[in-house]
Design a protein around this ligand. Structure first.
Ligand SMILES: [Zn+2]
Length: 475
């Protein structure tokens, strides 16, 4: 049987997009397919129109289709064919869905590989503009079919009618945006401009009344704008800038909670380096997250070093350094264990780590890891310090840590990079993920095995944190 299979002519299977496709009239949707290289492929519309696909490398074919018709399309190559659709051209009132899951994941494209936008609140009604298989588009993003209920819901018409602001003496600012109904709110932060914009897709503005607190310091001005797609609330922040924020739906208000700076007068992004002296870590709360642990060993070096052990050793050494300088440290783990249940999915494990930091009132979050590459050959040669941030208000911290860490461990390359990791997506405080160096490189792995590696790395990170905080504290 095996022999027969091996002798059968190898033929690439024809594969096109799966499941239902909803499009708006006139919308162009790219179609991608795979099949046998060198053989023409075509898409046949329900009315018989033939649309040839263009061949790319390695048996990949694609075409941009417009003028969609209702019904099923046929994708054809030689004797093979498969169905695309059924296609539904949306006209008149858009179909609707209601979000059934709290903090439903909202992405920039129809698949898990796309970036996450800010999550959607449960109970939100979405007008659907497109569907690709199990993904539905509404406004700027896509939501998975499993997180919504399809049905005929009355369209939501949130209207922003007033904004109330209050500020606590330590600098926490709370803005309550009266909308009446939940919205798929998205926050854009521009720390360098001292701005933060709350985008409210689908919402309108009516005679918005803005009530400032008695002495507005964190939020200096509020500007409103609206387009046919969304309403926007642009905040001009005071000199302390953005230390983080949380957005939550508390019917009938959308609440934006601006994290207070660790000390009055500190600013994020930090002022030009060189400012400030003294011991900036005194009184600060820092969450240290030793990556992986317990059932998850993380990367494993060619000589058997486990990432989870290195991460923990580094976290414990850094904890000592920071405490010596007067900081309070929250550890997500202090032993070789899972933080959530060992059987829990990865998402839950990571969420548990973020929760510990948030509940402990951390001012900064630093997740400690060691790097590897899936490609063994590339991984053997890779080296360098990589520090990741996601939210714009975390970028300055990533930049401040990269060089001091590299210098301390004798590494010649360092980079601050942008990437959406679970622990860096959190918005309530500056949060970074440190990949100290490449465990997959046996030369680097040997260096990490030396006694002085951990204390040097811990010292480098402490120096970087101090540099960030000194600059934040200003002159
Ligand atoms: Zn890791």
């Amino acid at each position: 049987m095996l022999v027969l299979l091996l002798l059968a002519p190898l033929r690439a299977e024809l594969k096109g997009p799966e499941g239902e496709l909803w499009v708006r009239p006139g919308e162009v949707v790219p179609i991608q397919a795979t099949g046998a290289p060198g053989e023409p492929m075509k898409l046949v519309a329900p009315d018989g129109q033939v649309i040839p696909l263009v061949e790319g490398p390695a048996g990949r074919f694609s075409v941009e289709v417009n003028g969609w018709r209702n019904g099923s399309y046929r994708l054809q190559q030689g004797q093979q064919h498969t169905t695309v659709g059924p296609v539904r051209v949306l006209s008149g009132r858009l179909p609707t869905a209601r979000v059934t899951r709290a903090n439903a994941i909202y992405r920039s494209g129809p698949g898990e590989e796309y970036d996450r936008l800010d999550p959607l609140p449960a109970g939100l009604t979405l007008g659907l503009e497109a569907r690709q298989h199990d993904w539905l588009r509404s406004g700027p993003g896509w939501v998975a079919l499993k997180d919504v209920q399809l049905g005929s819901f009355p369209p939501s018409r949130p209207r922003l009618t007033n904004i109330r602001m209050s500020e606590s003496p330590e600098g926490r600012a709370v803005l309550r945006l009266r909308l009446g109904e939940p919205v798929a709110c998205q926050v854009d932060s521009r720390p360098e401009q001292g701005e933060l914009t709350v985008r409210l897709p689908g919402a309108g503005l009516t005679m918005v009344e803005v009530a400032y607190g008695p002495e507005p310091r964190r939020v200096r001005a509020v500007q409103l704008a609206s387009t046919p797609e969304e309403a926007r609330v642009r905040l001009t922040l005071g000199p302390e800038g953005n230390w983080g924020y949380q957005v939550r739906w508390e019917a009938p208000d959308l609440v934006l909670d601006l994290t207070p700076p660790p000390h009055r007068g500190w600013s994020n992004p930090p002022r030009p380096a060189g400012a400030g002296t003294g011991r900036p870590l005194v009184g600060l709360v820092i969450a240290l997250d030793a990556g992986h642990g317990g059932s998850d060993s993380g990367a494993v070096g060619l000589n058997g070093t486990c990432e989870k052990d290195l991460n923990l050793a580094l976290a414990l050494a850094l904890k000592q350094e920071l405490e010596r300088e007067g900081a309070r440290v929250i550890m997500t783990r202090e032993t070789d264990r899972d933080v959530a249940d060992p059987e829990a999915p990865a998402e839950e494990e990571l969420a548990a780590r973020v929760r510990l930091a948030e509940e402990g009132g951390a001012n900064l979050f630093v997740s400690l890891h060691h790097n590897a590459m899936a490609d063994v050959e590339k991984g053997r040669k890779a080296h360098g310090v990589h520090i990741y941030s996601y939210r714009p208000h975390s970028r300055a911290l990533a930049e401040a840590l990269a060089h001091p860490l590299a210098a301390a461990i004798g590494e010649s390359e360092w980079m601050a990079l942008w990437r959406s990791f679970h622990v860096t997506r959190q918005s309530s405080m500056p949060a970074v993920l440190v990949e100290a160096n490449f465990l997959s490189n046996p030369e680097v792995e040997a260096r990490m095995g030396r006694e002085d590696y951990i204390p040097q790395a811990a010292r480098g990170l402490k120096d970087g944190l101090e540099a960030f905080l000194r600059a934040a504290a200003g002159p």
